[in-house]
Design a protein around this ligand. Structure first.
Ligand SMILES: [Fe+2]
Length: 212
C-alpha cells in the first residue's frame, strides 16, 4: 500500500475541519496559510530570545517522552533541528526544554515536563509531551527553551502556539497581545495528525543559533 503524505494545505484543512485550529473563534484558511509562510520565511535568521522565567531547573534528564500514561492534556509532539545561520546543522547542541502541565502548573520539585535532549544523527530532536496549560501570569501556552552548542551563543527562548485561543484565531495580528511573545516568529503553526493511534498535535521549532 502506498503511503499518502498530505501536503501542507491538506494538513491545515484537516486541522480546520477538526476544530483544533479554531480554538472557539473564527479564523480563515488564508490567515493560517499566510502565518505559516511567514514562519517559514524566517527560517535562517537567528532565533530571537525570550526571558528565562522563574521555573528553570538545571539537571533535567535526557527524556524523549514526557507524557505519561493517563496524563491529562492533548498529546503534543515537538520536533525541530538546531541550525546555524547558514542553515547547517550545529554539532553537539543540547536542547533544554520545560513547560507547565495541562493546568498551567510547573513541577518545581521534580522534572515532570522537563528534559534536556540532544538531536539525533539526522540533527532532529523530538519530544513527546502534552500541550501546556495556561497560567495567570503568562496566559499564552508556551514551552521554554535553553539551547547550547560549542562555538555558539547560548539561546534562551520560548515557543508559542498559533492555535492558542489567547491569540483569538488571528496570531498574525494578535501575536504581541499583552506583550507576552516578543517575536511573531515564535508563535508556531500547529498541525493535527489523525491516524490509527490517538490524535496528536505537532509543532516544529527549528532553532537557529549565532556563532559566539
Ligand atoms: Fe512559563
Amino acid at each position: 500500500m502506498s503511503e499518502i503524505r498530505p501536503n501542507r494545505r491538506d494538513v491545515l484543512e484537516r486541522c480546520i475541519a477538526s476544530g483544533l485550529l479554531l480554538g472557539g473563534v473564527t479564523v480563515t484558511q488564508r490567515q493560517l496559510l499566510g502565518f505559516w509562510e511567514q514562519a517559514e520565511a524566517a527560517a535562517h535568521k537567528p532565533t530571537s530570545a525570550e526571558v528565562l522565567g522563574p521555573f528553570f531547573r538545571k539537571g533535567a534528564p535526557n527524556m524523549k517522552t514526557l507524557r505519561g500514561a493517563g496524563d491529562l492534556g492533548f498529546p503534543l509532539q515537538v520536533v525541530g533541528k538546531v541550525l546555524n545561520t547558514k542553515g547547517l546543522l550545529v554539532e553537539g547542541a543540547t536542547v533544554d526544554f520545560w513547560h507547565a502541565d495541562h493546568a498551567g502548573r510547573y513541577d518545581t520539585k521534580g522534572y515532570k515536563y522537563r528534559t534536556k535532549v540532544t538531536p539525533d544523527g539526522t540533527g532532529e530532536y523530538a519530544v513527546d509531551t502534552i500541550l501546556p496549560g495556561h497560567y495567570e501570569d503568562r496566559p499564552a501556552q508556551h514551552i521554554h527553551y535553553l539551547i547550547a552548542a560549542p562555538g555558539h551563543k547560548t539561546l534562551v527562548t520560548q515557543a508559542y502556539f498559533a492555535t492558542d485561543p489567547f491569540f483569538e484565531g488571528d496570531p498574525a495580528k494578535n501575536w504581541n497581545k499583552r506583550g507576552i511573545a516578543h517575536n511573531r516568529e515564535l508563535v508556531l503553526p500547529v498541525k493535527l495528525f489523525e491516524g490509527p493511534a490517538a490524535p496528536r498535535a505537532e509543532i516544529r521549532f527549528d532553532i537557529v543559533l549565532e556563532r559566539a
